[in-house]
Write a protein that binds this ligand. Sequence first.
Ligand SMILES: O=C1C[C@@](O)(C(=O)O)C[C@@H](O)[C@@H]1O
Length: 175
Amino acid sequence: MPLSRFRGPEATPWRIGVIDGPNMPNLGHRSETIYGPIKSLADLQQLVAEMADELGVSVVPFASNHEGEILDFIHRTARGVDGYVINPAGLTTYGEATRHALDDTTKPVVECHFANTARHFAEVSPPQLVQQSRFTYTATGLVMGLRQYSYLGALLALTLALDDPDFLAGGARRH
Ligand SMILES: O=C1C[C@@](O)(C(=O)O)C[C@@H](O)[C@@H]1O
């Protein structure tokens, strides 16, 4: 059953920025326990592009190890995309500038992680280092713990949310 069945025949071909933060360019050389057998960032981006194609939306992929480059990408694309999926990766706990840049766009943002970071942080962080995502409180939504499938879930849900005028009327930050 094609995924486009969930969208109307006149569905808008939304443009969605998909951002991968620091260390994600190194996918394929990271912990297999967390990231699974996926071989590279290129494979991940290909999977996401295929899902976008299936859904009838387009993605603007971007990955960088440098927060400044991510900020430049967000500033550059803010008026040209309809929403963002971001795996903040190495910026997850301290990426205030990136979180703020996304919030400034007023576009819906879905935070996305391979790991279930709530469990991951609880298990690996020393007790004096309480870790939590800096992004979740202003994100529209969050998908995590499903490895690369988190991205597919994020893209599908963001597309359907963008299609839904009642959802958008509630603003990018909903309860
Ligand atoms: O680089 C990453 C990847 C990650 O965002 C994930 O996708 O599970 C989880 C983060 O804690 C970590 O720093």
